[in-house]
Design a protein around this ligand. Structure first.
Ligand code: AMP
Length: 282
């Protein structure tokens, strides 16, 4: 039986906790999340557990990364069961602040981004990465963890966070893990809970179209043709795709045809009222 994690509500307590671990010479890993934890989140926790002496998971549904018409209010909040899951993995601390702690009245500072933040998600969710980067910066500055874990599931977010940490010279190593999937290929996501049984049956088609499109691109021929074909396949399956795009895997710049650079295929598509994202290496 593991000791239950200490529940921290303020940045001051988060900093005191990690500072005391560091003063004992212990290494610290952080896993930022919005809660509603699934096996994808828990894989990040388990990998941190293997790499460092002390693990702190954070749970915060960050209002600044949601647009005015998005699902901030509906987003699942399951703190008690999240903490219970984290306890079974032996996490030492959970940082779960309220919005006023992270954004006190008069809060006026936001991180401004370019590079990997341009295009893709930003075209459809213009506030998103400024909100993500600002809250992640506050979390990393709140705890100065030695490592912080992020999933490839949110690939553009991962590159945005890496770029920010590099540019701000934050003393944290960003560790990325591959996407954890359901047996039928659907990437685990807290938003999968929104899917109706019918939509849930269609949802794995997102990953299969990604796989088929990536295979076609690998086999050669015109990228634009394969991407159009994939986009149409998503529409035929009942999705409303925002984008299906091929990008440089390190910079997210648009690739030149047959340049031999590492490529990533990224997709965002609506299924009913649920917006799903996924990506794979090409
Ligand atoms: P979220 O709670 O959705 O903000 O995600 C918190 C962290 O978990 C982010 O680094 C995500 O990329 C990661 N994550 C979410 N879903 C998955 C998944 N299916 N596999 C691996 N990591 C994931």
């Amino acid at each position: 039986m593991n000791h239950p994690p200490v529940l921290l509500r303020t940045l001051t307590d988060l900093r005191a906790n990690t500072a005391s671990w560091h003063s004992e010479g212990l290494t610290v890993g952080m896993i930022p999340t919005m809660g509603a934890l699934h096996d994808g989140h828990l894989a990040l926790v388990e990998e941190a557990r293997r790499r460092v002496d002390r693990v702190v998971a954070t749970i915060f549904v960050n209002p600044t990364q949601f647009g005015p018409k998005e699902d901030f209010t509906a987003y699942p909040r399951t703190e008690a069961s999240d903490v219970a899951k984290l306890a079974t993995l032996g996490v030492e601390a959970v940082f779960a602040p309220n919005a006023a702690e992270m954004y006190p009245p008069g809060h006026a500072t936001t991180i401004s981004l370019a590079g990997p933040a341009l295009g893709l998600e930003t075209d459809y969710r213009p506030h998103f990465f400024a909100g993500v980067a600002t809250v992640v910066a506050k979390l990393l500055l709140g705890g100065f963890p030695d490592i912080a874990m992020f999933g490839e599931k949110d690939y553009q977010q991962l590159l945005v966070v890496r770029q920010m940490v590099k540019d701000l010279r934050l003393p944290t190593e960003i560790v990325a893990l591959p996407t954890v999937r359901e047996p039928d290929g659907l990437a685990l996501s807290s938003r999968n809970a929104y899917l109706s049984p019918d939509e849930r049956r269609t949802a794995p088609k997102l990953a299969s179209v990604l796989n088929e499109t990536a295979a076609a691109i690998r086999a050669g021929g015109d990228h634009a043709h394969h991407l159009r074909h994939g986009f149409n396949a998503l529409e035929s399956a009942g999705f409303r795709p925002d984008y299906l795009e091929l990008r440089n895997a390190e910079t997210l710049a648009s690739p030149a045809e047959s340049s031999g650079e590492p490529l990533r295929l990224l997709v965002a598509a609506w299924l009913g009222k649920t917006r799903l994202i996924d990506n794979i290496a090409v």
